[in-house]
Write a protein that binds this ligand. Structure first.
Ligand code: NDP
Length: 251
């Protein structure tokens, strides 16, 4: 690929790269020329094989982001094996569903630790390297619940609202240092995360009836937004949360 979307010579860290949105974004970035550090609790062997088939380099970094213990190691292993770190995609995330009156501290902590705390501290670890380097792209995966309240997902909504706020804060602090920090807010995307919703006929019909595009998103629908935010095409885009939602938020 040539031109403003070309990622040749760039190295991207993608968390949760073994499946769903993380895998699709890793493959889109590799398709645009980037080498990939595929970070996963479950080894992203399939993703790495597909990246290699695209002619790019891939490494597997084993990490459980329910704690921030691995964040410095993720950066160190990427620099050591791939020789740089230009793009971070903070994608790994979980959801827990229960009425707010019954919601447990364990479900609060699990979601906040993975979706918010690790997102910040991995951005910090990668950002330190990017600041030294004078350039970088950080893409946080937010949600429609960055903008809306949702229901029965209090820790998820708090985490994704927080991701939106942190995206703006880090952009404020780092844009003058050559780092663009932005987020993507996926709509309803058909992945493991949403299997249960699609399996419930009433829920599925009501979701589909509200999506202007009239279909669930595919993980591959996130690829273009990720390549844009990872490339020089977005050099003057800072603190933006880009919805890729088939029009859900426009409704
Ligand atoms: P998946 O469940 O397919 O992917 C989630 C990924 O996060 C998996 O790779 C998973 O790894 C990883 N992960 C979870 N916990 C940890 C952990 N402790 N340490 C390391 N990795 C972890 O779902 P999606 O692809 O849908 O989700 C990706 C992101 O997109 C999430 O942040 C989610 O909140 C967000 N999103 C998804 C939407 C959708 O409709 N699908 C809508 C809005 C936002 P493992 O397989 O090992 O558990």
């Amino acid at each position: 690929m040539t031109g403003m979307f070309d990622l040749s010579g760039r190295v991207a860290v993608v968390t949760g790269a073994n499946t769903g949105i993380g895998q699709a974004i890793a493959l889109a970035l590799a398709g645009a020329g980037a080498d990939i550090a595929a970070v996963g609790r479950t080894p992203a062997t399939e993703t790495a094989a597909k990246v290699t088939a695209l002619g790019r380099r891939a490494i597997l970094v084993a990490a459980d982001l329910s704690t921030i213990e691995p964040v410095d190691r993720i950066v160190a292993e990427t620099l050591e094996s791939l020789g740089g770190l230009d793009i971070l995609v903070n994608n790994a995330g979980i959801i827990r569903r229960a009425d707010s009156v019954d919601f447990t501290e364990a479900d609060w902590d699990a979601v906040i630790d993975t979706n918010l705390k690790s997102v910040f501290f991995l951005a910090q670890a990668a950002g330190r390297h990017m600041i030294t380097n004078g350039r970088g792209k950080i893409i946080n995966i937010a949600s429609m619940l960055t903008f809306q309240g949702g229901i029965r997902v209090p820790s998820y909504t708090a985490s994704k609202s927080g991701v939106g706020g942190l995206t703006k804060l880090l952009a404020n602090e780092w844009s003058a240092r050559g780092i663009n920090v932005n987020a993507i807010a996926p709509g309803y995307i058909a992945t493991n995360n949403t299997d249960a919703l699609r399996a419930d006929p009433d829920r599925n019909a009501s979701i589909l009836g509200r999506i202007p595009a009239g279909r669930w998103g595919d993980a591959a629908d996130l690829g273009g937004a990720a390549v844009f935010l990872a490339s020089s095409a977005s050099d003057y885009v800072d603190g933006h949360i880009l919805a890729v939602d088939g029009g859900w938020l426009a409704r």
